[in-house]
Design a protein. Structure first.
Length: 123
């Protein structure tokens, strides 16, 4: 799988993302491969389990920004919906768990596609 195929498999616009990185596919590749090392998604899940609304908001917001910068549109949209549901809340709202599932599902799709990208580049 190429980087372009990675983005296409996720429904994102590869050309737009490369242009955001100054036209450098190498730079984009470098940053997108770092995503599994980021702990935002894991910390988001933990915060929701602990009913820590403030931390859940921060982690959803962080994931939204990270996915926006990397052009991971579906993950960004899911993270944005959760961020807005958590914004200015003192407790986890009822709809947040369903929105968090959408974030997890999109995140897992990205990680799975990254694993395919990694496998093909190591061949």
């Amino acid at each position: 799988m190429t980087l372009k195929e990675f983005y296409e498999s996720l429904g994102s616009d590869y050309n737009t993302v490369v242009m955001r990185m100054g036209g450098s596919e190498k730079l984009l590749d470098k940053f997108v491969r770092k995503l599994p090392n980021d702990k935002s998604a894991e910390q988001l899940s933990e915060a929701l389990e602990k009913d820590d609304c403030e931390l859940a908001f921060r982690m959803a917001h962080t994931l939204k920004g990270l996915s926006a910068n990397l052009g991971l549109d579906k993950l960004q949209n899911a993270s944005s919906e959760l961020t807005e549901a958590l914004r200015n809340q003192s407790r986890i709202p009822d709809n947040a768990r369903g929105l968090a599932k959408n974030v997890r599902d999109e995140y897992e799709k990205v990680i799975s596609a990254l694993e395919q990208l990694e496998q093909n580049s190591s061949l």
